[in-house]
Design a protein around this ligand. Structure first.
Ligand code: TYM
Length: 338
């Protein structure tokens, strides 16, 4: 059976981008067709300046939102990365397989480290090694597929390179995984700055829709989306990034994954004004998020249930990862513990 692994890091409240780019695919498709593991990758949240209490709170919230969005622990495995030691055990061995040049070439490292330095801060070493830990997350489970948004494709490519290199040097140990991107909304853009990705850790929040935003807040953010001075509704990411973003979000929120699905270019032909497009997009987003918000509120009343799901998930994950990580330790030349 195909094995799937994916994760979200608790650096901020989950956004519409996280949902359309990753979580929704996990819920509607992945958990039904594969042995799927979904992880709150909390260690990754420590790579930039962080508040410990906030990371803890956001980790619980992310796990609760996984369930609220429809992940079913009877179908898939949900857990928190730091509950399974195998991730960090394997990460070290992969650090001995990677080289510093390929780490420094990672786009996210370049962007985030430049931002930290510009703000006068220092860059944590873990920000540089982050993609290796991500590779360990994936390789520890022998994942065949990694469903992610477009921004993570480069990290999955690196994971493939490390797996191939390790296998060539030390003998076949790892499955070489591939990234699977959603067909629409693989890169949801910020409503206020449609040339940059909608990201949960951004400081300026007026262009970001969070999964737990109230309906009137969602409407306001969508209705105030920056478009451009034209008025013709066309799907053109380069020339009309704001309008293209709205069309893609509308297409993603109204799709049923059936034959009748309408893509962003075709949707564009149905609109003659930005106002109508924004209103329909706002309605579609509100309706997409409504059941998630409602279920989240129910789950918050039952924290013991969430804890139990995470406990059982970590136990299963440990059992799956340990043999692979032990095999990697042995292959690279470490004396097995007796
Ligand atoms: P993270 O936490 O930034 O994002 C989680 C998932 O959401 C997707 N995503 C988006 N998709 C479309 N439009 C957007 N604006 C948008 N913003 C985020 C991301 O592509 C991702 O799929 N390094 C990863 C977390 C991670 C991971 C892993 C993922 C750690 N280990 C192993 C897969 C497998 C990250 O920072 O994602």
């Amino acid at each position: 059976m195909t094995r799937i692994f994916s994760g979200i890091k608790p650096t901020g409240h989950l956004t519409l981008g996280n949902y359309l780019g990753a979580l929704r695919q996990w819920v509607t498709v992945d958990q039904h067709r594969a042995d799927a593991l979904f992880c709150v990758v909390d260690l990754h949240a420590l790579t930039v300046d962080h508040d410990p209490a906030r990371v803890r709170r956001l980790s619980r919230q992310a796990a609760t939102l996984f369930l609220a969005a429809g992940l079913d622990p009877a179908l898939c495995t949900l857990f928190v990365q730091s509950h399974v030691d195998e991730h960090t055990r394997l990460s070290y061995v992969l650090e001995c397989t990677a080289n510093d040049g390929e780490m420094r070439r990672m786009i996210q490292y370049k962007e985030k480290s430049a931002k930290e330095r510009a703000a006068g801060g220092s860059v944590r070493l873990s920000l540089l090694t982050y993609p290796v830990l991500m590779a360990a997350d994936i390789l520890a489970y022998g994942a065949d597929e990694v469903p992610v948004g477009d921004d993570q494709a480069q990290h999955v490519e690196l994971t493939r390179d490390l797996a191939v290199r390790f296998n060539q040097r030390y003998g076949h140990t790892f499955t070489v995984p591939k990234a699977v991107l959603p067909s629409v909304a693989a890169r949801v853009m910020d409503f206020q700055d449609p040339t940059s990705k909608m990201g949960k850790s951004h400081g300026e929040t007026s262009g970001i829709v969070y999964l737990l935003d109230e309906p009137d807040v969602v409407r306001r953010k969508v209705m105030r989306a920056v478009t451009d001075s034209g008025s013709e509704v066309v799907h053109d990411r380069e020339a009309r990034p704001g309008v293209a973003n709205l069309l893609e979000i509308l297409a993603a929120c109204t799709r049923t994954a059936g034959d009748g699905d309408v893509g962003p270019a075709e949707l564009a032909t149905r609109y003659s004004s930005y106002g109508a497009l924004k209103k329909d997009t706002a309605d579609a987003v509100v309706e997409t998020l409504r059941p998630i918000r409602e279920r989240h509120a129910e789950l918050c009343a039952d924290p013991g249930y969430v804890d139990e799901v995470l406990r059982a998930g970590a136990e299963r994950a440990r059992g799956l990862a340990r043999p692979t990580v032990d095999a990697a330790y042995e292959a690279i030349g470490l004396l097995p513990a007796r």
